[in-house]
Design a protein around this ligand. Structure first.
Ligand SMILES: OB(O)c1ccc2cc[nH]c2c1
Length: 267
C-alpha cells in the first residue's frame, strides 16, 4: 500500500518511522511518502496562503501549490476517471452524504487513488472507514491549515481521483495533520502483516459493533480489587460467554447509539 501525505509540516510525521508503522515501512508493506507543500511554491517566501475572496478572518490555502503537488503524486495527467455525483456515502452510522467534491468520480476500483482531506465539514471517520482504507492500494492525505483549502482543489482533484472529506469528530483542530496521524494508525494496524497477531484485532472495540470487554492480568488481587472469578476458571466457553455479556452491557451503558444499531442487526 502506498500512502502520500501533503502538509506544510512534514516533520510532524517523523513519528511514523517508529512503532508498528515504522516496521511496516521497513518491511515494504507500506510505502509512505511525505510531501512539503511549500516545495511547490515559487516565491521567496514560499507562500501557500492568501486572503479569502468575499472577506472574512484568516487566510485560505492557495490552489496552485496543491495542484502542482497532486500532479506530481498522481502523474500530471492524473488518473482521470468518469465523473459522478457527490453521493459518496459516509461510513458513520448515519447515512448523510459525504461532503466530497461536487463532481466526485464514481470509479471505485482500487486502482483509482483515494484522496482524503481531513475537514471539520467531512464525514466522521469510524472503524468501518478504517477497514475500508486498509483495503486501498493508494491513499493521498491532504492536510489543510489556516481557514482551509481553496474549494477548487477539491473540485479539480475529484476529476483525477476519488475524493473524501473526513472528520475525526464534531470538534475542530488547527489543521489536518493530527487527524491524518490518527487515521493512519487506525487503518495501518488493519493492513495484513502490520500487527503480529491478527487475532488481537478481532475482539476490540467497534469490531462487530460492540465495545470491548474489560481486560485483566496478574496479580489476581491488587489494592483490594480481585480479577473476576470466571476468568480464573479455565472454562473457555463460560469465559467467552461472560466476555460477550460484558461487551453488550458496556455498549448499552456507554454507547447506547452503538447498542441500538447492534441490537437491530441481531434481529
Ligand atoms: O478539525 B479538522 O479535522 C481540521 C482539518 C483541516 C483543517 C484546516 C484548518 N483547520 C482544520 C481542521
Amino acid at each position: 500500500m502506498r500512502v502520500d501525505i501533503v502538509t506544510i509540516f512534514p516533520q510532524f510525521f517523523d513519528v511514523l518511522d517508529i512503532s508498528l508503522l515504522g516496521k511496516a515501512r521497513a518491511n515494504g508493506i507500506v510505502d509512505l511518502r511525505v510531501h512539503d507543500l511549500r516545495d511547490a511554491t515559487h516565491d521567496r517566501h514560499r507562500t501557500v496562503d492568501d486572503t479569502p475572496y468575499g472577506g472574512g478572518a484568516g487566510m485560505v490555502m492557495r490552489p496552485e501549490p496543491w495542484g502542482e503537488t497532486l500532479d506530481g503524486i498522481l502523474g500530471a495527467g492524473g488518473a482521470s476517471v468518469a465523473l459522478g455525483d457527490a453521493s459518496t456515502p459516509g461510513d458513520a452510522s448515519t447515512d448523510d452524504l459525504a461532503s466530497t467534491a461536487s463532481d466526485a468520480p464514481t470509479a471505485c476500483d482500487a486502482s483509482t487513488p483515494l484522496i482524503v482531506f481531513p475537514s471539520p465539514a467531512g464525514n466522521v471517520f469510524t472503524q468501518k472507514t478504517a477497514r475500508r482504507y486498509a483495503q486501498e492500494e493508494h491513499i493521498v492525505f491532504g492536510c489543510g491549515r489556516y481557514e482551509g483549502i481553496d474549494q477548487r482543489v477539491f473540485d479539480w482533484a475529484g476529476t483525477r481521483a476519488r475524493v473524501e472529506l473526513v472528520s475525526l469528530g464534531d470538534y475542530v483542530l488547527n489543521g489536518g495533520e493530527v487527524a491524518v496521524m490518527a487515521m493512519i494508525e487506525a487503518f495501518g494496524r488493519l493492513i495484513p502483516g502490520v500487527v503480529g497477531n491478527p487475532d488481537s484485532l478481532v475482539e476490540e472495540s467497534h469490531e462487530g459493533g460492540l465495545l470491548e470487554y474489560p481486560s485483566y492480568t496478574k496479580p489476581a488481587q491488587w489494592r483490594g480489587y480481585d480479577v473476576p472469578d470466571i476468568l480464573l476458571s479455565g472454562h473457555h466457553a463460560n469465559i467467552a460467554k461472560w466476555r460477550h455479556e460484558q461487551q453488550v452491557e458496556r455498549t448499552k451503558r456507554i454507547r447506547p447509539d452503538l447498542y441500538e444499531a447492534w441490537a437491530a442487526a441481531q434481529d
